[in-house]
Ligand binder design. Structure first.
Ligand SMILES: C[S@@+](CC[C@H](N)C(=O)[O-])C[C@H]1O[C@@H](n2cnc3c(N)ncnc32)[C@H](O)[C@@H]1O
Length: 220
């Protein structure tokens, strides 16, 4: 989802005007088949996952889309299952040989089973008036602050992690990196930046999240 529009932005500050232009550009380029096709973010997450999962690992790819990230993790030796809300994405991923469940985030899975959970979430900040009623919106829009899907994911992902399990979460500076790290800490997940790539108007980062001590006892 790296942004390639003609208005600059820098650093990790959220700039609403630029994010709006970015969204406009992506809307114009959106794939009519309604399944998110692998992009820079998919590739960064997939490459990072390939270095960090291996034989015998049970891996969940949340928001699997076309199944690209899941397939790379599988090539690295992991047993991978995908989940996506979009039935068309589930069909495409299944056609690529990935077992897929159509469901919300980690909801259908048992407690404590996954060695790794991967997620390239929808993260573009999107004003309500620009929301579209189609499946590509589910792939792109992170709501007004970009974290509308990331936060519920962080609320639930700890439950499905095996004792030594970890999360690899793709985040953009458009989404507010510090806010994501702080929210994860409140949910008992400590974050470390393990990969990053700069693009003209955003920096893509992969966070490795592991269970630690919550920074907010009231939200446990
Ligand atoms: C940015 S796309 C990533 C697709 C693929 N993983 C990749 O990297 O190319 C985000 C995906 O998350 C899915 N998604 C959005 N909200 C979801 C939710 N609540 N539960 C499951 N999947 C969701 C979308 O349908 C979309 O396929």
């Amino acid at each position: 989802m790296a942004v390639e529009v003609g208005v600059g932005r820098g650093g990790s500050e959220y700039a609403p005007g630029v994010a709006f232009e970015a969204m406009t550009d992506l809307v114009e380029r959106r794939d009519l088949d309604q399944v998110y096709q692998p992009a820079e973010d998919s590739r960064l997450l997939a490459e990072t996952a390939a270095e960090r999962v291996g034989d015998g690992d049970l891996v969940l790819d949340v928001g699997t889309g076309s199944g690209h990230v899941a397939a790379v993790a599988e090539d690295a030796g992991a047993d991978v299952v995908g989940v996506d809300l979009n039935p068309l994405a589930c069909r495409d991923a299944r056609d690529s040989g990935i077992p897929v469940v159509q469901a919300n985030l980690t909801d259908p899975f048992r407690d404590g089973v996954f060695d790794a959970v991967l997620f390239n979430p929808p993260y573009l900040p999107t004003p309500p008036e620009d929301e579209r009623d189609d499946w590509m919106e589910y792939a792109l829009s992170g709501g007004e602050d970009g974290r509308a899907v990331i936060e519920p994911f962080l609320d639930g992902v700890g439950r499905v992690l095996a004792p030594a399990g970890r999360v690899l979460l793709l985040v953009s500076t458009l989404t507010g990196l510090d806010a994501v790290v702080e929210y994860a800490a409140k949910r008992g997940l400590s974050a470390e930046e393990v990969a990053a790539e700069s693009h003209p108007f955003e920096r893509l980062v992969v966070l490795a999240l592991v269970p630690g001590r919550s920074t907010d006892e009231t939200t446990n």
